[in-house]
Write a protein of this length. Structure first.
Ligand SMILES: Nc1ncnc2c1ncn2[C@@H]1O[C@H](COP(=O)(O)OP(=O)(O)OP(=O)(O)O)[C@@H](O)[C@H]1O
Ligand SMILES: Cc1ncc(C[n+]2csc(CCOP(=O)(O)O)c2C)c(N)n1
Ligand SMILES: [Mg+2]
Length: 327
């Protein structure tokens, strides 16, 4: 399966599955189902030890259970946010090695509870979950949500729309590089610690999703796999090219300097290809007032019947760069 990539696997399995009764089937940040006349959004995401976090990073930092609980909530409510909705309920499935301590599970649960409170997911309540035994830690959270302003899909971008982002871009990727870098964590500067914090405890901009929907965004998705890869998915779903300007991304890169000095990485590579910030990528038509927390980074252009692409400064960006569990 290794060479197929996530996209190739999905193209093979989705035709085998029946989504006829869904009001929105697979392909977007969340699916939707009509229940007693109301649309309910559903999304699921998993965190696996050594794939999504390490209990002990090469930098010597120990990853605590609290942060895993936090991130599991953050990455899931982010997908509801990306539809322009608010999370209403969640179930959490924990698969753990027998050696895991009760203190670990309690710390994890405190992270879940505090993420819900501190991220401002006021309507989100825990409905249940599951406990099971496994070789390594695996956390799967399913989240439900609703949209007050109508759901915003990835596929709605129209040529002429302005493309904008809200939240952090590249910080979590920079934090991941620092964590993976064999440089003693005791000597990290405050700026470096903040970037690591974005990786371990991401903060999706939960007010911005519903606000963008209300403002009239034509399309939206969350940034989990890297700006270029995710923008490529939006371009493909909407059959338009997304033409981005690196000058509009410069401010995001400047905020990553501390990590760049430590690891020797070009900060723009984190901005373009780093994932897990859980910010928003949205498109707004002309005449719509874009909410102030969004930064315009480009514009949509017709694909003219060709394969839709993402360009940066006029050059086609490689769609295969970015994060893929099976890439
Ligand atoms: N095993 C599966 N069966 C059916 N649909 C799937 C399966 N895995 C993924 N999908 C669907 O494929 C689409 C892409 O999945 P993916 O996990 O990349 O979601 P995403 O929102 O793009 O990413 P993220 O969860 O990182 O925000 C989603 O709509 C998802 O529901
Ligand atoms: C040990 C370790 N290796 C790699 C990464 C990076 N990473 C994991 S999942 C993901 C994208 C979002 O995933 P999904 O699409 O499943 O939501 C990224 C960028 C990490 N955090 N920890
Ligand atoms: Mg998503």
């Amino acid at each position: 399966m290794g060479d197929l990539g996530e996209q190739g696997i999905l193209e093979a399995i989705l035709p085998l599955l029946d989504s006829a009764q869904a009001s929105l089937g697979p392909g977007d940040d969340a699916g939707a189902l009509r229940v007693s006349g109301n649309e309910v959004l559903v999304s699921v995401d998993t965190l696996v030890e050594n794939q999504d976090f390490r209990l002990l990073w090469p930098s010597g930092l120990e990853h605590n259970a609290y942060d895993i609980g936090w991130k599991s909530i953050a990455q899931n409510v982010s997908d509801i946010n990306a539809m322009g909705g608010r999370a209403t309920g969640a179930v959490i499935s924990l698969s753990l090695p027998k050696s895991t301590s009760l203190e670990w599970v309690m710390d994890f649960s405190r992270g879940v509870a505090e993420a819900i409170a501190e991220l401002g997911a006021k309507e989100l309540t825990i409905l249940g979950g599951d406990l099971g035994k496994s070789q390594e830690i695996s956390v799967t959270t399913t989240v439900l949500g609703e949209c007050a302003h109508g759901k915003v899909l990835r596929s709605g971008v129209r040529a002429g729309d302005r493309v904008a982002v809200a939240g952090r871009v590249g910080a979590a990727g920079a934090g991941l590089s620092v964590l993976e870098h064999e440089h003693d964590n005791e000597s990290w500067s405050r700026a470096v610690r903040r970037l690591v914090q974005t990786q371990c405890r991401p903060v999706p901009p939960l007010e911005s999703g519903p606000r963008a929907a209300e403002a009239g965004a034509t399309a939206m998705m969350d940034l989990s796999d890297g700006l270029i890869r995710d923008a490529g998915r939006m371009a493909k779903a909407s059959h338009v090219n997304l033409e981005l300007e690196s000058s509009a991304l410069q401010d995001f890169a400047l905020r990553l300097e501390a990590a760049s000095e430590l690891t020797g990485t070009d900060p723009m590579s984190w901005v373009l290809y780093g994932g897990e910030d859980f910010g928003l990528l949205a498109a707004f038509p002309d005449g719509v007032e874009i909410p102030g927390e969004f930064t315009v980074i480009g514009v949509a252009k017709p694909a003219n019947g060709r394969r839709a692409v993402v360009k940066v400064d006029g050059k086609v960006a490689k769609p295969e760069t970015g994060f893929d569990h099976f890439g």
